[in-house]
Write a protein that binds this ligand. Sequence first.
Ligand SMILES: [Fe+2]
Ligand SMILES: [Fe+2]
Length: 168
Amino acid sequence: MEERKYYDEFETIVGDILIHNEFQKLKKIDHHGNGLFQHSVAVGYYSFRVARLFGLDCRSIARGAILHDFFLESWQGKVKTGKGLKRIKEMHGFSHPKTALVNARKFFEIDERQADMIVKHMFPLTPIPPKHVGSWVVTAVDKWVATNELVFKKTQPIKRLRSLMSRA
Ligand SMILES: [Fe+2]
Ligand SMILES: [Fe+2]
């Protein structure tokens, strides 16, 4: 089956991340009705597919993409203490890409291109645009997956992946 072939290739590339204890903790964090683990794997997988389709560095993009939301604290209901600009910077939408990059660097080897994918994935909410084509892929795929999660609740792209994720 075609999809299985692609998922196996993806799993070979990101397998160490999928089974890592810290990354597994994302399963406990909700994201638009799906676990953040499933959201992250979906963004990683579809970024990998887009990269592969366009002959980009699919290994680098898959690994950067799967780590784009690698934050370990649920943000819903988190109390913000700052005021003005500090409060805006504390807002999840602005702060989590940086948190994800700190965590990604702590547990995995991250190069400059992958750092750009992680830290710029919220563009244009965060105003500095992506520097590399892989980062544009990740920011677009993240929005597509998140839109599916919001609009279709238990999102179709994640549902399709769920059976393939059985080993993670
Ligand atoms: Fe994000
Ligand atoms: Fe995301």
